[in-house]
Write a protein that binds this ligand. Structure first.
Ligand SMILES: C[S@@+](CC[C@H](N)C(=O)[O-])C[C@H]1O[C@@H](n2cnc3c(N)ncnc32)[C@H](O)[C@@H]1O
Length: 271
């Protein structure tokens, strides 16, 4: 892939890492719903705002709702995930976990999906989704009640470097959380594997992405390739000198201020 020289922080990857367009990703995950209950329940929950457990209990997503393009992207990457192990940071309402688990099961190959999240959401939201996933994927699903900055390090010691094919980061949203998640996920991610950031429209996450674009030629980056989401693909070994450092852009926006919609739309169009 020769996108490195074409990329800059403000000009996302033009070939989208070969990903299908967003509408195709959405159509493809919708087509999986009749084949896998977890995906059907999750798509319904994201549309209505309520997860309905087959036993009648409900879980209220409130504002923790992934967008359709992101769900389609996660299903696509779960399908092409090059290792049995996939990892997630931040359980939330379990929507991303359900889609990754459901898609991976449909692939009919052995797999495990680990999720780090010791906190969860207010008012026990997400607990009913978690109970559902535990019952439906008793062997493949595990939520580890550790902060990612502790848990990912311990996991590297256990499974070794390069053991994971897909890592979805949607946990702590401060800059140092997102950066630590990159450092540790980089050690866990295999060559050809993917690290995916939710909330890439926001300055703390965008800063991490800008660091990777400027400093990590071992990654190809599809910045904002689908709504609010950036994909990093590990394409080779890290061959930098010990003192390597390239300056990178830090967005001059505070807190939860998104990139301007017009700029984001233009970025998506260019990518
Ligand atoms: C936006 S939610 C995740 C949403 C999820 N992707 C979904 O589909 O519903 C963020 C989650 O990250 C968790 N979290 C926050 N800081 C964390 C950390 N340091 N390590 C692991 N999880 C963390 C929170 O408890 C929360 O459940």
């Amino acid at each position: 892939m020769q996108m490195r020289k074409q990329q800059s922080a403000s000009e996302p990857d033009p070939d989208r890492l070969g990903l299908p367009p967003e509408d195709e990703l959405v159509a493809a995950v919708k087509a999986l719903a009749p084949k896998e209950e977890a995906i059907a329940l999750t798509l319904d929950a994201l549309e209505t705002g309520i997860f309905r457990h087959p036993d009648g209990r409900t879980d209220d997503l409130q504002t923790v709702r992934l967008q359709p393009g992101e769900v389609g992207l996660l299903a696509h990457l779960a399908r092409v995930c090059p290792k049995p192990l996939s990892i997630e940071i931040g359980f939330g309402m379990g929507s991303s976990a359900s889609v990754i688990l459901g898609t991976r099961r449909l692939e009919r190959k052995p797999f495990a999906h680990l999720i780090f999240d010791p906190f969860g959401l207010s008012n026990n939201r997400g607990k009913i989704v978690q109970a559902y996933l535990q019952a439906r994927f008793p062997k493949a699903f595990r939520r580890i009640m550790k902060r990612s900055e502790i848990g990912l390090g311990a996991l590297i010691e256990k499974v070794g470097r390069g053991a994971a094919g897909l890592i979805f980061i949607d946990g702590g949203h401060r800059f140092e959380n997102a950066m630590t998640d990159f450092v540790l996920s980089d050690l866990l991610c295999c060559q050809g594997g993917y690290i995916v950031y939710d909330d890439a429209l926001y300055p703390a996450i965008e800063t991490v992405i800008n660091y990777v674009i400027a400093n990590r030629p071992d990654y190809a980056v599809a910045h904002l390739a689908v709504a609010n989401t950036t994909i990093l693909k590990k394409i080779g070994p890290d061959k930098r000198a010990w003192d390597a450092f390239k300056p990178f852009e830090v967005p001059q926006r505070e807190d939860w201020t998104p990139r301007q919609p017009a700029a984001a739309a233009a970025a998506r169009k260019r990518s």
